[in-house]
Design a protein around this ligand. Structure first.
Ligand SMILES: [Zn+2]
Length: 498
C-alpha cells in the first residue's frame, strides 16, 4: 500500500467514469454487433469493436498502474515483457498493443485486460521456478486476450454495471469482507468459465511451445498454486486459482496435447538459472513499507501515519483501501487517500454525490491535522446506510475515512467511529518506521543435501514448509542434488501478528 493506497476515493470516482465510458460504448455500438473471433474464426456476439477493446483495456491498465503499481526493477520488467511479447507476436492478434508488467503485489496472481495488457504479480514470480513456467502463465493470459475472453467478460460486466448508482461509491457490500479486496478493481479480476480456461490452456500451450518452452511445466505451476492454497488454510485459494476455475482434466489434456506432438520433447527448455537470477533480490511476501497491521493498529511506514481500528474487527489492507468490518458485519470503516484535495472540498465532493444526504458537519482538527467531517445518510444497493466521513490533511496528502453502518444503527456505532477516526496520527514508533520487507536470495548447492540441512545452513525467515513450496520440493527430507540453485527468504518483519 503505497501507490496501491493512493486510490480509495479516487479510484471509485475513476471506475465510475470508466463505467460511464463503457456505457457510452455500448450505446454507440448497439447490443447486437457481431465480430469474428480471431482464434476460432467464428462469428460471435460482440459488444465492442477492437478499437474500443483497446481503449477499454488502456483505461483499466492505467487504473492498475496507479492503484497496484509496478515493481521498480526495469531489468525484471524488460525480462518478463520480452518473453510475453515474443509469444504475443506469434499469436492470432500480433497487432494489439501488447504490454507485460510485474505488479507490486504479494498475492500469487496473473491477469489480462482486453486489448493485450497482461500482468503477473511479484508473488507469482517468487513462487514459480523457471522461465518455462512463467511463459506458460503468460501464454495462458495471452490466450484470454486472443480468444477475446477478457473483452467478452468485460462486456458482460459492463452491461451488469449499467444503471449502478451509489452502490459502487460506498462499498457495495457491507457484509462481505472478502469482497472488499476486489472493490474498485473488481472489473479487472474477471472470472472465466471452464471452457474459456480450457481454451486459454490450449492457446498458452501453443504459444509457449512455439518458443520451445517445456509446456509440461504448466502443470507444476498448478501444483505449486494448490500447495499455496493448502498452506493458507481451507477456503483460501491463491487469487489465480480462484479467478481461474480449473478446467476438467487439465493434466490429462496437457498429456493428450503432448502425445499428439511429433517433436522431440527432450529439446524443450526450462531456463531455470536465467529465471532465478532475474528474481534474485525480489521482495518476498507482503511489503510492510506499504502498511501493516499489529493487532488492530495499522502502521504505514512510508506515509508515516498510524490508525487504530476497533477491537475485534476484521481488518484488511487491500490495494484500494484499508478496511475494517465489525464482528456482526453490519458496520465498516475504510481508510483511503483522496489525493491532494483540501479536506473541506473533498468532504463537499463526497456529500454532493447523488443519493448522499449530509448531516451535522465539523471542521475540528484530528490530532493537530486539518480535517473536515460530516455525518451522512446514503442510499446503496443494499439499502440505506448512515455514517461519518472525515477527510484529514496530513503530510501533503488528504486521507479519507469513511465509517458507516446500516440505517438505524448509527447511535450504536457512533462512539466507535469517532474513536477510530480520532486515532489517525503521526507514526513515531522507530521499529515500525524502519521496518523492511523480506527478500528472496539464491544459494547454489555445492553438495547434495536435504532441504532441512539446507535450511539449517542457510536459515530462512519463512517456515520450512513454505520453503519447500517455493523451491518445488516435496518436504524437509527431500534430497536436493549438488549444483541446484535454491531460493531462501531473508529479513522482513518477525513473524506477523496481524
Ligand atoms: Zn485463465
Amino acid at each position: 500500500m503505497n501507490r496501491r493506497f493512493a486510490v480509495a476515493y479516487r479510484s471509485q470516482i475513476r471506475s465510475l467514469r470508466l463505467r460511464a465510458c463503457f456505457a457510452a460504448g455500448v450505446a454507440a455500438v448497439g447490443l447486437s454487433a457481431c465480430a469474428r473471433n480471431p482464434v476460432t474464426g467464428k462469428n460471435e456476439l460482440a459488444l465492442v469493436s477492437e478499437a474500443q477493446e483497446i481503449e477499454m483495456g488502456r483505461g483499466a491498465a492505467q487504473q492498475v498502474e496507479q492503484s497496484i503499481g509496478f515493481v521498480n526493477d526495469p531489468q525484471l520488467q524488460t525480462y518478463v515483457a520480452t518473453i510475453g511479447k515474443r509469444m504475443a507476436a506469434q499469436s492470432e492478434r500480433p497487432e494489439l498493443p501488447w504490454e507485460f508488467h510485474v505488479v507490486n503485489d504479494a498475492s500469487v496472481n496473473a491477469f489480462a485486460l482486453p486489448g493485450g495488457f497482461i500482468y503477473v504479480t511479484r508473488g507469482l514470480l517468487t513462487h514459480v521456478g523457471n522461465e518455462a513456467q512463467l511463459a506458460s502463465v503468460l501464454g495462458h493470459e495471452i490466450g484470454h486476450v486472443t480468444a477475446r475472453h477478457s473483452v467478452q467478460q468485460i462486456s458482460k460486466a459492463q452491461v451488469a454495471q449499467l444503471g449502478l448508482g451509489l452502490g459502487s461509491i460506498l462499498s457495495s457490500d457491507v457484509a462481505q469482507v472478502a469482497g472488499i479486496a476486489s472493490q474498485g478493481l473488481g472489473i479487472l479480476f474477471l472470472k472465466y468459465g471452464r471452457d474459456a480456461e480450457k481454451q486459454a490452456d490450449e492457446l498458452g500451450f501453443k504459444y509457449a511451445l512455439g518458443q520451445n518452452y517445456d509446456v509440461r511445466e504448466m502443470d507444476d505451476v498448478f501444483v505449486t498454486l494448490g500447495r499455496v492454497g493448502e498452506a493458507a488454510g481451507a477456503g483460501r485459494l491463491p487469487e489465480w486459482l480462484s479467478s481461474h476455475p480449473n478446467p476438467e482434466n487439465r493434466v490429462e489434456s496437457t498429456q493428450a496435447r503432448l502425445d499428439s506432438l511429433s517433436r522431440d520433447l527432450g529439446n524443450l527448455t526450462l531456463d531455470r538459472d536465467e529465471y532465478l537470477s532475474q528474481i534474485a533480490g525480489l521482495t518476498y511476501g507482503e511489503d510492510p513499507r506499504q502498511g501493516f497491521f499489529e493487532g488492530n493498529a495499522f502502521y504505514h511506514p512510508d506515509l508515516r501515519f498510524q490508525l487504530e481500528f476497533p477491537e475485534g474487527w476484521q481488518t484488511q489492507n487491500t490495494p484500494q483501501a484499508v478496511v475494517a468490518v465489525s464482528e456482526s458485519q453490519d458496520a465498516m470503516i475504510q481508510l483511503g487517500l483522496a489525493g491532494r484535495t483540501p479536506p473541506g472540498q473533498a468532504a463537499q465532493q463526497f456529500l454532493s454525490q447523488e443519493g448522499v444526504r449530509a448531516g451535522q458537519a465539523s471542521t475540528s482538527s484530528v490530532n493537530g491535522n486539518q480535517a473536515a467531517s460530516s455525518y451522512f445518510e446514503a442510499q446503496t444497493q443494499q439499502g440505506a446506510v448512515q455514517g461519518l466521513v472525515s477527510f484529514i490533511s496530513y503530510g501533503g496528502n488528504t486521507y479519507g475515512l469513511l465509517a458507516y453502518t446500516t440505517a438505524g444503527k448509527l447511535q450504536q456505532y457512533d462512539r466507535v467511529f469517532q474513536e477510530a477516526i480520532g486515532s489517525f496520527s503521526q507514526l513515531r514508533n522507530q521499529a515500525a518506521l524502519s521496518v523492511q520487507p523480506a527478500k528472496l536470495e539464491l544459494v547454489k548447492l555445492r553438495e547434495e543435501m536435504t532441504l532441512q540441512e539446507f535450511n539449517a545452513r542457510y536459515p530462512s525467515t519463512v517456515p520450512i514448509e513454505e520453503l519447500a513450496i517455493i523451491n518445488e520440493v516435496e518436504g524437509p527430507a527431500s534430497e536436493i542434488p549438488a549444483g541446484r540453485t535454491l531460493k531462501r527468504v531473508v529479513g522482513g518483519r518477525p513473524s506477523s501478528t496481524g
